[in-house]
Design a protein around this ligand. Sequence first.
Ligand code: XLS
Ligand code: NI
Ligand code: NI
Length: 437
Amino acid sequence: MAKAFPDVKKIRYEGPGSKNPLAFKHYNPDELVEGKPMAEHLRFSVAYWHTFRNAGADQFGQATRLMPWDDGSDSVENAVNRVRVAFEFFEKLGAEFYCFHDRDVAPEGATLAESHRNLDEVVKVLKDEQERTGVKLLWGTANLFAHPRYMHGAATSCNADAFAYAAAQVAKAMEVTKELGGAGYTFWGGREGYKSLLNTDMGRELDHLGRFLHMAVDYKKQIGFDGQFYIEPKPKEPTKHQYDSDAAACFAFLQKYDLVDHLKLNIEANHATLAGHTFIHELEFCLTNGILGSVDANRGDLLLGWDTDQFPTNLYDTTMAMLTILRGGGFTTGGLNFDAHVARESFEPVDLFHAHIGGMDAFARGLKAAAAIRKDNRLEDFLKQRYASWDAGVGADIEAGNLDFGELSEYMLKKGEIAPNASGRVEMLENILNEYI
Ligand code: XLS
Ligand code: NI
Ligand code: NI
């Protein structure tokens, strides 16, 4: 097969001085940061659905992207060609991972059995290409939102058959993820939510979602898949309200249904902002609660307010994100998956390289800045000092559970007023951060 990107050579690290748009200025895979190669810290992944299936159509206009390798058909042959192109891209880019939905890689058949067969055929090629290139699967997932059968949702559909179909689809997607040695499997509740409460039994739908995930946990054991399960929060779009709306809602759900031991979170930057949080807030919440799993690295646009899935370029965000990730000890099964697409007007194949190179360099800079900030210790020391009243005296006794309201009343009546507060020094800390960006 002819090369899809004949004019693009392997993307190399050329350093910050380079003016070559097809080179990394900061991402240097083997460079050690805190004693570990950058590639191992960042674990970059390409999202198959955006990079090879999203042709640039939007609500108002047709597809714009040039994909000369794609004949536009739903044939397995076309799907297989696309796989070869995708791996040429992964290899040239130097991304070590990719992620896919079942229906991204293989066409939906006329029956479930035919869809399974299509998937099996393509998975053979994915496996060959993984072996040929060394590129690995970060996570797999099932598309439970595009087909009309899922108009009411999948696990939360009012139609029990839709639940059953989704179960069959997820079982198969888990099998192929295992077959491909996937490090994880993601559940994003595409239509698990509602448009109108007038037609929705929320309690019943949530119970069904809990049941569905338990079945997935059981099936995982049954087939011996040892990858990590993730749930990916998003507050809205396509439904008005999605049940897994943010990290806190997911955590409450996982606790209620006794699933905390089985799922971690896959935090997507733009989903956080759609939920009215920051990307970093969501990461920090996960870290604090021991549920930080993986990241869908992208960016939204606050002026647009929908899931614009732009490539990440904001160095404050990547630095703050990497600070949290490093503090948590780094990724184990997870990574940075670019759940992002090129702008509709960036329609040429080479734009895929520009987009990913930019995202990779932005996170490489974030990683280096975060490591430098950690080495400097000023932020850490400040934080430690800020909470010093908890390290001894009444604070330590409260933390140890040794005091009650009566004793604290006695303590405060005697003392009369609290020890003077110290400044939070927000601006000084922001200035320190800026020294590194
Ligand atoms: C959509 C989600 C989706 C998941 C995978 O907004 O981000 O792409 O990551 O189903
Ligand atoms: Ni995502
Ligand atoms: Ni998204």
